[in-house]
Design a protein around this ligand. Structure first.
Ligand code: NAD
Length: 503
């Protein structure tokens, strides 16, 4: 495993790497080694304001640039993302801890968002009605908002910023990304690719920082829209503060995703699907399966037995360890929170089926946790009620499909859910009755492809608006409707009319 040099992260403002002059810094750690690899400056309110003013200036030209020319930049950006996938995957691995192959996967899903945004000319087409009354034609156009911001989490250092921001840029806005202070390298690398692709200075900016930086951004008078992805606790703060300042806000939060296994399901397939979806990325995915919900005692017995054997063989390791199934968790603090959740559940009566609390790893300083599985878990336990963002997964058995639906519908989160069954009838009932935004039928992580909309329900998304799919363009544009009439230049007849206009 290579040693990463300690470096200093900069902001990326108006086409330049800027060190910033704040006195406040954070540290970036490599989860695989536990080493500090960089210091990251936290932008002050003045620096945020300066960035917004520069972006405002860039907006004048960028919003007037033809959509065809804007999309040319996106084409080049896409090619560069493909060309530099390996470099970016290594950066993601170093600062986030996920394995290189997993990082490649997130980049390829991020590229899907660029593909979608390349379709901006089609998405921006407006509506036109001829002769709506008295020689008047009416049309609606979608115009960019201005300077917008995205605030992103640590778990997808490339995919989420790309998904949140590419369409915003394509439809003519100027972007200020505030990446997670835990993974700022990837955002800087992406900035370099934008620059290489020929994006004009000021259209894409990255300011690093913590909650104070975010506060300065989301309360700034010149920020028109806020797209947030992170924990539900922070999503609520962002939504409330942003809307109190009359911003357009969408805020994606956490999840607790169930996988229902029906008695007629193919148990081997269900087990294999669960393993990847539950433990991949050290379970640090908002769409990770966190609860296995077998229906019926015999299903629970067969599923648990087979699952146990496979979970015991899972291996955690460094991001560049080719034999690792998943990497370390993001921080020493996150590791402690997960350990505490396991301990608390055991004290409340849960049973540890597989104990990954002391994994066999080469580097004891890394933030490693092995795959852990608990059963005898009830809906009253915190390990079931709260999102656990790490490789501790639980089994909650139920008697019927109706019980499963009731459990899931009563949960505070509604991001993703899956059912494994061979019955079309059960699947249909489940997909119709379940109160969850994204549903998989024999698909364990139902993250839609980039051209479908993505978004959870209940506590998993506060506010409306998307970060994938065609609705992203709607979030980042406003509609203007024009009614126009052209007078015959030779005509002289004119009259004043005080009646309400009608057709
Ligand atoms: P987080 O909420 O701690 O941080 C997210 C962002 O908010 C970061 O940029 C951080 O600097 C900022 N932030 C943190 N505290 C803040 C505060 N008090 N005020 C203002 N800004 C603040 O989330 P995280 O730990 O980085 O990411 C993991 C979480 O994100 C999980 O809950 C996961 O489920 C969720 N997530 C959700 C989705 C989704 O699509 N629903 C996708 C990815 C991650």
């Amino acid at each position: 495993m290579e040693t990463v040099a300690l470096g200093t992260i900069t902001h990326y403002i108006n086409g330049e790497k800027v060190k910033g002059n704040s006195e406040r810094f954070g540290y970036v750690y490599s989860p695989s080694t536990g080493q500090k690899i960089a210091t990251v400056p936290y932008a002050t309110a003045d620096e945020v304001d300066e960035t917004i003013q520069l972006a405002k200036r860039a907006f004048v030209e960028w919003s007037r640039t033809s959509v065809g020319k804007r999309v040319e930049v996106l084409h080049r950006f896409r090619q560069l993302l493909v060309k530099y996938t390996e470099e970016l995957a290594r950066i993601i691995g170093k600062e986030n801890g996920k394995t290189i192959s997993d990082a490649r996967g997130e980049i390829s899903r991020g590229i899907e968002s660029v593909d979608l945004a390349i379709g901006a000319p089609h998405i921006l087409k407006g509506e036109y009605s001829e002769n709506v009354g008295g020689d008047i034609n009416a049309y609606s156009i979608k115009q960019p908002l201005g300077v917008v911001t995205c605030i992103s989490p640590f778990n997808f250092p490339a995919m989420v910023p790309l998904a949140m921001s590419t369409m915003a840029v394509a439809v003519g806005n100027c972007m200020i990304l505030k990446p997670s202070e835990k993974v700022p390298y990837s955002a800087l690398f992406i900035s370099e690719l934008w620059e290489k692709a020929g994006l004009p200075a000021g259209v894409w900016n990255v300011v690093n920082g913590d909650k104070d930086t975010v506060q300065a951004l989301i309360t700034h008078k010149d920020i028109q829209a806020i797209s947030f992805v992170g924990s539900t606790k922070v999503a609520k703060i962002i939504y409330e503060t942003g809307t109190n300042h009359h911003k357009r806000v969408t805020a994606f939060g956490g999840g607790k995703n169930h996988m229902v296994i029906m008695p007629d399901a193919n148990i081997d397939r269900a087990v294999d699907s669960f393993i990847g979806a539950a433990y991949g990325s050290a379970s640090q995915r908002c769409m990770a399966i966190s609860v296995a919900m077998p229906v019926g005692k015999e299903t629970a017995r067969a599923f648990t037995q087979k699952l146990k054997e496979k979970v015991e063989n899972l291996k955690t390791g460094a991001f560049d360890d080719e034999h690792a199934d998943f990497g370390a968790v993001i921080s020493a603090e996150a590791k402690q929170i997960i350990l505490k959740a396991i301990e608390e559940a055991v004290n409340e009566g849960a049973n540890i089926v597989v104990d990954g609390r002391n994994p066999d790893v080469d580097n004891q300083d890394g933030f490693y946790l092995g795959a852990t599985l608990l059963d005898n878990v009830t809906s009253e336990m915190n390990i079931y009620k709260e999102e656990v963002f790490g490789p501790a997964r639980v089994i909650v058995s139920v008697d019927t499909l109706d019980d499963a639906i009731q459990f899931i519908n009563e949960h505070q989160y509604g991001n993703g859910v899956a059912i494994f069954t061979n019955s079309g009838r059960d699947s249909r009932k489940f997909t119709q009755e379940i109160q969850v935004g994204m549903v998989g039928v024999n698909v364990p992580i139902p993250i839609p492809v980039g051209y479908h909309n993505f978004g959870g329900w209940k506590g998993s998304r506060i506010g409306e608006g998307q970060m994938f799919g065609p609705d992203t363009a709607r979030f980042f544009t406003k509609i203007k409707t024009v009614s126009e009439r052209w007078f015959d230049s030779t005509g002289t007849e004119s009259e004043t009319n005080f009646d309400f206009p009608s057709s």
